[in-house]
Design a protein around this ligand. Structure first.
Ligand code: G1P
Length: 256
């Protein structure tokens, strides 16, 4: 399985911090933000990785990560997103690297306490489709939010005003190679982005979307509040210091 780290975008919710650098290069406690999602992939033994960057500071990723040796990566590739077309638009740049394999996609501002090994194993058992990871949060309207009934996802809404559950769809996704054809069918949303939520809903319609619930804390770091939370979480739990970060967690279930 190959890994895709999405680290483009303007990071406008963190202005002026992001006026002269990329959001994913900002510090979270004692290391640059992008180190955490890369470590999450490595902890799940995903060592062929592509970083999708963008903006004026993309060269800094090469200086920071070089050939991936510090993370014990087998391969690190880089690609460049022109403009800010959203998560699905960034992901499609990874298609030539993926070469038809299954992928794990992680947003460059998503930080977790433990690991995604159980979710990866659940997805490996699927012959096709996608697997998403949910986490209960107090502010589900800030995220992709699923409607759930009897343990099945009925639909996912992006940043709903009235969330239909208290779960967020985290920025950790597993896809088969049909994801690129699905991205090709998405249309720009009201915020003029190709939404990953639309892609996940296409898998749901095909009845090939499964999900698991993440164990341990999860946070994004794309707003001042969440960036501070990420820093506090990492410093308090020492999540950055634990090799492999913990125990196999989670339970997994099929949405269908
Ligand atoms: C993005 C996705 C959203 C997901 C979130 C996780 O939101 O669009 O579905 O729940 O990442 O971090 P954004 O970072 O664009 O607010």
């Amino acid at each position: 399985m190959k890994g895709v780290v999405l680290a483009g975008g303007k990071g406008s919710r963190l202005y002026p911090l992001t006026r002269v650098t990329n959001k994913h290069l900002l510090p979270v406690y004692d290391r640059p933000m992008v180190f955490y999602p890369i470590q999450t992939l490595v902890d799940a033994d995903i060592r062929d990785v592509i970083i999708v960057t963008g903006g004026q500071n993309s060269g800094d990723f090469l200086r920071l990560l070089s050939n991936g040796k510090d993370f014990n990566l087998h391969r690190i590739h880089y690609t460049y997103q022109e403009g800010e077309g959203g998560i699905a638009d960034a992901l499609r740049l990874a298609e030539p690297f993926v070469e038809g394999e299954k992928i794990c996609v992680i947003l460059g501002d998503n930080i977790i306490e433990n690991n995604i090994i159980a979710s990866k194993q659940a997805f490996e058992k699927q012959s096709a489709g996608a697997h998403i990871i949910l986490k209960e949060v107090p502010d589900a309207g800030r995220f992709g939010c699923p409607e759930i009934s009897d343990g099945r996802i009925l639909g996912i809404e992006e940043k709903p005003k009235s969330p239909k559950s208290s779960y967020a769809v985290t920025g950790l996704y597993f896809y088969d190679a049909t994801v690129f054809e699905k991205i090709g069918r998405t249309k720009p949303s009201s915020r003029n982005e190709l939404e990953i939520t639309d892609v996940n809903n296409m898998y749901l319609q095909e009845r090939t979307l499964t999900h698991s619930i993440l164990d341990g804390w999860w946070t994004d770091a794309g707003t001042f509040e969440s960036l501070q939370r990420a820093t506090n979480m990492v410093s308090e739990t020492g999540a950055n210091k634990i090799p492999g970060r913990g125990k196999p967690p989670q339970h997994s279930r099929n949405s269908e």
